[in-house]
Ligand binder design. Structure first.
Ligand SMILES: Nc1nc2c(c(=O)[nH]1)N[C@H]1C(S)=C(S)[C@@H](COP(=O)(O)O)O[C@H]1N2
Ligand SMILES: [Mo]
Length: 249
């Protein structure tokens, strides 16, 4: 199914779901934030309607794109990231902080030794190109289990190592997408170590969302109650510049 057709289908279903919530179903705070925000609510709602864990289509090896272009930043720019790149990210650490019972740091080896998942999925960029690639990484749920999010943690924020102008790239997802089985911190792409251009040492794969949600060059993960007060307050670099926060496809 083409992206357009899928979006139409999702939009159609979304109205039904929205009508359902008017009847007074219990909804999460993240959902309430979104209800008044227009079109993106429809895909958000549909994803919740079809199930918290509904999987996107996975493809066969034969369907993988021979070329998977890079987009946006093609390297990190902070001193910490540059130092990491120069020694194969041997001393690189992913920090997980914020509303968690056990803040922690994970080396790349620690992430690689956790349960892994490989998935062949289609990446859809809002600019109108798509590519099918194979991603290997640790499910974000595995990392979250080790840090134990507090009950008031509503969002997972990903802080990246690349500067766009004066701002560092960042992204955020809610807890439903954070625990989704296809949400992984990828350290491998197409059976290779994740290349620098695609976000080394780790990048997010959040498969029900548009390309820009798939943060590359992740350095820090922070669990928060609200997105207010983080950079422009809209939950991501592109969101702060007018793009949708949920960006479901
Ligand atoms: N840190 C960071 N993550 C990012 C971006 C970026 O510029 N910086 N660009 C986003 C966009 S718009 C897309 S389409 C994808 C591109 O991923 P790729 O370079 O692996 O194709 O990364 C997303 N994640
Ligand atoms: Mo994109």
């Amino acid at each position: 199914m083409s992206l357009i057709t899928r979006r139409r289908l999702i939009t159609g279903l979304g109205y039904t779901a929205l009508a359902g919530t008017a009847g007074g179903l219990a909804v999460s705070p993240a959902f309430r934030d979104l209800v008044l925000k227009g079109g993106e609510t429809l895909s958000y709602n549909t994803h919740r309607l079809v199930g918290r864990d509904a999987l996107v289509r996975e493809y066969s090896e034969a369907e993988m794109s021979p070329d998977f272009r890079t987009n946006g930043s093609t390297a990190g720019s902070t001193d910490e990231w540059l130092a990491g790149r120069d020694n194969g990210f041997a001393n690189w650490q992913l920090g997980v902080s914020g509303l968690v019972a056990q803040p922690a740091q994970f080396s790349l080896d620690a992430l690689r030794s956790m349960p892994a998942r490989t998935q062949i999925t289609r990446h859809d960029c809002v600019e109108g190109w798509s590519a099918i690639g194979k991603w290997t990484g640790v499910p974000l749920s595995e990392v979250l289990e080790r840090v134990q999010p507090k009950p008031n943690a509503n969002y997972v924020v990903f802080r990246c190592a690349d500067r766009m102008g004066l701002s560092l790239y960042y992204e955020s997802i809610d807890m439903v997408d954070a625990y989704h089985p296809q949400t992984i911190l990828a350290y491998g792409m197409n059976d290779q170590t994740l290349p620098v251009g695609h976000g080394a040492p780790i990048r997010l794969r959040v498969e029900r969302q548009l390309g820009y949600k798939n943060a590359k060059y992740i350095m820090q993960i922070e669990l928060v109650e609200s997105l207010d007060g983080i950079a422009g307050g809209k939950g991501g670099y592109w969101e702060d510049r007018g793009y949708e926060w949920y960006a479901g496809i």
